[in-house]
Design a protein. Structure first.
Length: 174
């Protein structure tokens, strides 16, 4: 969380976007949590994956965690299939790309998931790699294009997928 900020009252697993009041400074908290009548120490680990300049390129607009898609309880992504996740109602019309956390929950077989601009050819690289019976998450930035969504491709096995939006990029106001 940014320095001098109050602690949030909800968890933010996976991906968090921060605005730092002073370049390069952020504060981490150490605390305790309770589960089933016992308490334990909670520590944080942060990987910095980039930064967004206030003066160059599209502006980044962080969002409160927004669940855009969750296949649990509905249907698996079958082997070799693609699922379109529409995002037109989740982000403003000016948004050109989205930043999200992708979670995959593999059933009996390992697989990889590829997320890409809706309606475009699937790239030859994976966004997320899963072993059998594993839940893994990763962040990605994907352009939206005219269809205003992303496609999620499952290579093998029966897999559940969750897409949580963390923000979007849009042109700066003039």
């Amino acid at each position: 969380m940014p320095c001098e900020s109050a602690s949030p009252r909800r968890s933010s697993p996976g991906l968090v976007a921060l605005t730092l009041p002073v370049a390069g400074q952020a504060a981490a908290e150490r605390g305790t949590a309770a589960s089933a009548g016992s308490s334990f120490v909670v520590a944080e680990l942060a990987d910095v994956v980039g930064y967004y300049s206030p003066d160059e390129g599209n502006a980044f607009h962080p969002m409160r965690g927004t669940r855009a898609y969750d296949s649990r309880g509905t249907e698996w992504l079958l082997p070799g299939t693609r699922r379109r996740v529409p995002l037109a109602e989740a982000v403003p019309a000016a948004a050109e790309s989205v930043l999200f956390n992708l979670t995959g929950l593999a059933n009996y077989y390992g697989t990889h998931l590829t997320v890409y601009q809706a309606g475009q050819p699937r790239p030859g690289t994976s966004t997320l790699n899963l072993d059998a019976r594993q839940a893994v998450s990763n962040h990605a930035i994907v352009p939206l294009g005219d269809l205003r969504g992303v496609d999620v491709y499952n290579h093998a096995g029966y897999t559940n997928v969750i897409v949580d939006l963390a923000g979007y990029f849009a042109p700066r106001a003039a």
